[in-house]
Design a protein around this ligand. Sequence first.
Ligand SMILES: [Zn+2]
Length: 357
Amino acid sequence: MTKPTLGAMPSVSPSSRGLPPLHPFLPWAQRPHRRRFSHGQAAAITAVIASALTLSGCAESSPERSTDDRGDERPLVLTTFTILEDITAQVGGDRVDVETIAPAGAEIHEYDPTPSDLRTAAQADLILSNGLGLEAWYDRFLDQVEAENVTLTQHIDPLPVTSLPGHPEAGEDLPENPHAWMSPTVAQDYVTAAEEALSELSPEDAEYFAKNAAEYRAELQEIADDARERVEQLDSRAHLVTCEGAFSYLTEDLGLQEHYLWPVNAGTEGTPQQIEAQTQYVIDHEVPMIFCESTVNDAAQQQVAETADAELGEPLYVDSLTGPDGDAPTFLELLRYDIERILDGAEAGNPGTQETS
Ligand SMILES: [Zn+2]
């Protein structure tokens, strides 16, 4: 039998997304990965596929070709939202194509996936999610998608949403707080998890991913060190007062006191009881500046600010990056921006640390 030449081959490769999984009934961990072919094996398999297509005369109209319409031969890694997209892209560099399901500015907790999201997911080699209940829609989404899923919080110690004595929701069982990326220390575990997932997907690039991940973790550590140094200069323990209780990991990391209007965005937001409890807290602790997040309505927090005579600071970014021209186009910039705003606000209540010039 004559071996088909490369020139005669359609654009089908052993990594084609159109190929059925080898063992569809095994969970991912036990399944030999589709991308783990050696170059020799890959060439042999490609030859068989090309030969089969030539024999059946369907090379031009193969449905396998139309499923991969991205024009990008790199593995497609889909992430649930922009924070994970950026973290993964920093680790993956130019070896993977990383995309996000929820776009910049979208609310992630109750995002509603579109048919186009499902079409993209059908082409994905890997989907990375946050887990810890962040993506309330995700299980339903995964039911319709074949790609492997890895949860990037697998290495962290989850914290519950901070319990607030006297808060309307205080008696309730508070859920795990999914916003672990908001701590520049804990975020380093996301980087490690992304590095592992990508190395599993593309083992030949493992060294490259490891180098990117190490550099990125070092940048996150620098943000954590700088922030802690600044917090140590404060006279008293600073208060971070926000809309969503999204800051448990950051406040634990930096030694701040947290208070919020509602525990998670997926619940009831801005009830009179929540507003009253928050207002009382701001008055009792003489908090000079309070905040709300970019993806939620800040009307309730405005009311708190007015009643308690506090200033409502610029929006903080938590559940989404901004577009390229916004305040938080990358995850590192999001952390730097938020920490800067939060500590500026805290210093306004600490006369000893205010600039004297
Ligand atoms: Zn959130």
